[in-house]
Ligand binder design. Structure first.
Ligand SMILES: Cc1cc2nc3c(=O)[nH]c(=O)nc-3n(C[C@H](O)[C@H](O)[C@H](O)COP(=O)(O)O)c2cc1C
Length: 366
């Protein structure tokens, strides 16, 4: 099934954008873990729509209701169900899109695969809205990971041609993750935040959209998490990150840039710390060697494409009439989906890492 994540911690995401609601059932949640509902609400708010003119004007509080698996603020160990009501649907905005399919969206592939039966109102199960339950599940995983000594964070690294400041691959800390949240856009450098906002607003006023890169990091991992070849830490994280709608690329450490480097620059020299631990003096590997964590920060990047739904007139087809057509998409859309996808990257990373900790016996009971 396409919407189920994880091996031990199995998260199944359900719902459609304009149905009664969306949610997730999380099986394999360890019992006795405290869930801080206020902290979860703050995390969800980072993804929520309607934050500014730079994000979609769909306004929904995304209030999480726990239908099962939590009692007196702690996980029970039974399947945990989170439900988020849909309250701000404008289905009329999407009339016709199942016929004149949006270039770069899933309208065409869904129409063929599901033979016209898919609920595509508001993009249905393909909507970015489905990342709300992912954030609910991942937000809980993030709280649990913190108690295991692992912190997960992310930031907007670039928008269009505007590049921000990278997290330090050796020294990145929870303080950096907090600093990201102090700026109007979730990026480390305040000057980059302002320049990115200009870039996004320029796209918005031209009824266009713009892509961006999200940088994710995880610190405090034990050495040894993951496996070689098909079940590596990179494989597991990438598979989950590609579930984020609009994610078109994932790389680790220096990633694609490594292909232009010499080994003498790219290799991370090993060194002993003063307290007798093994470390490296650089982290081009992004904290992963042979699919296994090195104990250094996990560093990754996700390339988010520009939003498919744009107001500019584009060529498409009418599926019914089998003829060419033109389309300009109306309705409320993010000019840059990468902004709201930043907490989604954190959520997906947290779910994957907690799943691996549970699977490989590193998880410590509360
Ligand atoms: C938080 C978030 C919000 C999104 N909002 C929109 C949107 O308003 N309009 C749109 O066309 N795509 C939006 N997307 C992306 C589409 O859902 C995605 O491009 C589409 O499902 C096709 O999948 P693909 O791009 O992975 O191939 C959003 C994605 C995320 C993560």
């Amino acid at each position: 099934v396409g919407s189920v994540f994880g091996n031990i911690l199995r998260t199944s995401v359900f719902g459609e954008s304009h149905g009664p609601g969306i949610g997730a059932v999380i099986d394999g949640m360890p019992p006795g873990e405290a869930i801080n509902a206020d902290e979860l609400a703050l995390f969800m708010a980072r993804r929520a729509p309607g934050q500014s003119k730079l994000t979609t004007q769909r306004r929904e509080p995304d209030q999480v209701r726990f239908l099962s698996g939590v009692m007196d603020g702690r996980t029970t160990g039974a399947p945990l169900t989170v439900f988020i009501e849909n309250t701000n649907q404008h289905s009329g905005d999407y009339k016709g899109l199942t016929d004149t399919v949006r270039p770069s969206h899933a309208d065409y592939t869904a129409a063929v695969k599901y033979r016209g039966y898919a609920d595509m109102r508001g993009s249905g199960h393909f909507s970015g809205r489905l990342t709300a339950p992912l954030c609910a599940a991942g937000g809980m995983a993030r709280q649990i990971l913190r108690r295991q000594g692992i912190e997960v964070g992310a930031q907007l690294l670039s928008v269009g041609q505007v590049r921000g400041t990278s997290f330090d691959p050796l020294e990145v800390s929870a303080k950096d993750f907090a600093r990201v949240l102090e700026n109007p856009l979730p990026t480390l450098d305040p000057a980059a935040s302002a320049a990115m906002a200009e870039e996004i607003d320029a796209a918005r006023v031209s009824a266009d959209s713009v892509g961006g890169v999200i940088q994710g990091a995880a610190i405090g991992l034990p050495v040894g998490l993951g496996d070689p070849m098909a079940n590596g830490l990179e494989n597991r994280l990438a598979a989950a990150l590609f579930a984020i709608p609009g994610c078109k690329g994932v790389d680790f450490g220096s990633g694609f840039d490594a292909a232009a480097m010499r080994g003498s620059d790219h290799n991370d020299p090993f060194a002993m710390t003063v307290d007798g631990k093994v470390t490296c003096t650089s982290n081009h590997a992004g904290g992963i060697l042979g699919g296994i964590s090195t104990g250094l920060p996990i560093m990754l990047r996700c390339a988010m494409k520009p939003t498919a739904s744009i107001g500019i007139r584009q060529h498409t087809i009418s599926l019914k009439n089998h003829e060419n057509a033109v389309l300009s998409v109306v309705g409320r859309h993010d000019p840059c989906i990468a902004i709201r996808a930043v907490p989604v990257v954190e959520a997906v990373m947290a779910l994957t890492l907690l799943d691996l900790l549970l699977e490989e016996g590193y998880y410590e009971k509360p």
